[in-house]
Write a protein that binds this ligand. Structure first.
Ligand code: FAD
Length: 476
């Protein structure tokens, strides 16, 4: 249960407009549990600012009272960054940005959209679509994840292959820095070389360098045609051969290239009402492919069918189906997007988010499987995700029949270290898109590049000497 506000926390909250403050434990409680239901924290109060000026007042009050601020958007983060710690030696305030949810501007000619931090991704998609454009970042949590959270985790998703992560999609940013100063870089400038690009520091900072209040986002012309296929392949090498073949023929029109293994598909079919297996004969691995083009006359479906026919002849694929309607395409996408939800429903597992160079994926995956099998016989990898980016959610489920919670408590940290050591041996990263939070903070300290960590710690100390912004996250 949240602690009742007292002492410095009470004084801090009193300095704010009463209608943005909540201290009722039942109101605060839902904000204190992470999406996986695996981490619960405590807070002395919940503040829901409506304006940037109220965020400034909050940050200044936190400084004055030595409090910690934990920013939160949709609370869909997967690394424990959006909830406070269970034990804190100082007042802790949870800052929900959900009330700052306006879409301030959609500029279809300039291909830019300005949204406040609490705007939900699905709403941003709708606003962009209504203007004949697209915001090209999507992920399974799009109905809850907010722009502030996406910026702060440098989120990726299913279109990184073509459009990049949030880092590539943020044109400008407004944020409140840890001393209460407003960083006003909320412009849609395509060029600006007047010094350091400070907004990039806030992207992926996980709330440790300030509170993002709004972002100017890059839009692209809405695709006029798309073609979606579900393809069964026998292994990762065959999947990557298919990706190369696709790129040769349609170039940058490959919007998504996602991996769903047979055991992942089985989980979704078991947990998603109405879901149907897309292929007559199950394949060990499946690729979900989407091609798009802004030119309504582009013969995408024909080209996709031609590539798949060639790949079949070359022995690269086992079976494939091409969506014949928007509804069919959505049904295929639902199989991919519901995989994290089905996995959660299936029980606890060790969630990972690693990336290696695309060409290294098959060798890395084989090495990681061999290392896991040697050290933890019976542990079950569930490997899915953004294959086209080399980014795999290389999750580990406890052995069949084991007490999952007990297995993870005993072996989880060592299994994760083993995986991360293998990733590092392949020159990869331990966090491709989810961030570090608390879950991977000790791993970043263990494996991060010393030069990068030194610079990160120096930046944190310079901007936030009192460590008021999301302490205990990212850097330990
Ligand atoms: P939160 O979870 O509330 O916060 C995340 C972090 O950002 C925390 O450290 C928090 O303190 C900080 N933060 C939030 N708002 C602000 C702000 N305004 N200012 C400063 N700091 C802030 N992620 C991907 O990248 N790709 C995926 O494909 C993907 N798929 C997912 C699928 C599912 C089903 C789920 C549940 C999650 C998935 N995620 C994915 C993870 C998650 O959706 C993203 O990390 C998302 O960016 C979090 O947004 P949020 O608003 O929920 O942020």
């Amino acid at each position: 249960m949240p602690a009742a506000a007292q002492g410095p926390a009470k004084a801090l909250l009193k300095a704010l407009p009463p209608d943005i403050v909540a201290t009722d434990p039942t109101e605060i409680a839902p904000h204190l549990l992470d999406w996986r239901g695996q981490k619960r924290g405590v807070a002395d109060g919940l503040v829901r600012p409506r304006t940037t000026a109220e965020v400034v007042a909050l940050v200044k009050a936190a400084r004055a009272h030595g409090a910690a601020l934990v920013p939160q958007g949709g609370n869909t983060g997967l690394v424990g960054g959006s909830v406070p710690e269970a034990v804190s030696t100082r007042p802790t305030i949870l800052v929900s940005m959900q009330r700052m949810a306006r879409i301030r501007l959609v500029d279809s000619a300039g291909l830019a959209l300005v949204a406040e931090a609490g705007a939900i991704l699905a709403h941003v998609h709708e606003a962009a679509r209504a203007a004949g454009t697209m915001f090209p970042l999507s992920l399974g949590a799009k109905g809850s994840a907010t722009i502030g959270g996406l910026v702060s985790t440098n989120a990726g998703g299913t279109q990184v292959l073509r459009h990049g992560t949030m880092r590539n999609l943020v044109l400008g940013l407004e944020a409140v820095l840890p001393d209460g100063t407003i960083l006003n870089q909320l412009t849609a400038l395509r060029k600006d070389t007047a010094g350091y690009d400070i907004k990039q520091l806030l992207i992926g900072a996980e709330g440790t360098l300030g509170i993002v209040t709004a972002a100017a986002l890059r839009l692209v012309p809405a695709p006029a045609v798309s073609a979606v296929a579900w393809v069964g392949v026998c292994d990762l090498a065959a999947a990557l051969a298919l990706l190369a073949r696709l790129r040769q023929l349609v170039g940058e029109r490959v919007e998504s290239f996602e991996l769903v293994p047979d055991d992942g598909l089985a989980l979704v079919l078991a947990h998603l009402p109405g879901a149907r297996a897309p292929l007559a004969h199950p394949a060990p691995l499946n690729c979900l492919i989407e091609l798009t083009d802004a030119d309504a006359g582009a013969p995408l479906a024909d080209r996709l069918a031609a590539v798949l026919a060639d790949a079949l002849q070359a022995g690269e694929l086992l079976d494939a189906t091409v969506a014949g309607s928007v509804a069919q395409a959505e049904a295929l996408w639902a199989l991919r997007e519901n995989l994290p939800i089905a996995e959660k429903a299936d029980g606890p597992s060790l969630k990972n988010d690693v990336a290696v160079a695309v060409a290294d994926v098959p060798a890395f995956d084989a090495a990681a499987r061999a290392a896991l099998a040697r050290a933890f016989p019976g542990a079950r990898p569930l490997v899915f995700g953004h294959l086209g980016d080399g980014n795999l959610h290389w999750n580990i489920r406890p052995p069949q029949g084991a007490d999952s919670a007990a297995w993870l408590a005993t072996h989880g940290a060592a299994a994760r270290r083993l995986l991360h050591d293998t990733v590092v041996a392949f020159g990869g990263t331990i966090s491709a898109e989810h961030g570090i939070g608390t879950t991977k903070a000790s791993e970043l300290a263990r494996l991060g590049d010393p030069g990068r960590l030194l610079a990160m710690r120096a930046i944190k100390a310079a901007l936030d000497p009192q460590n008021i912004m999301n302490p205990g996250k990212l850097l330990v």
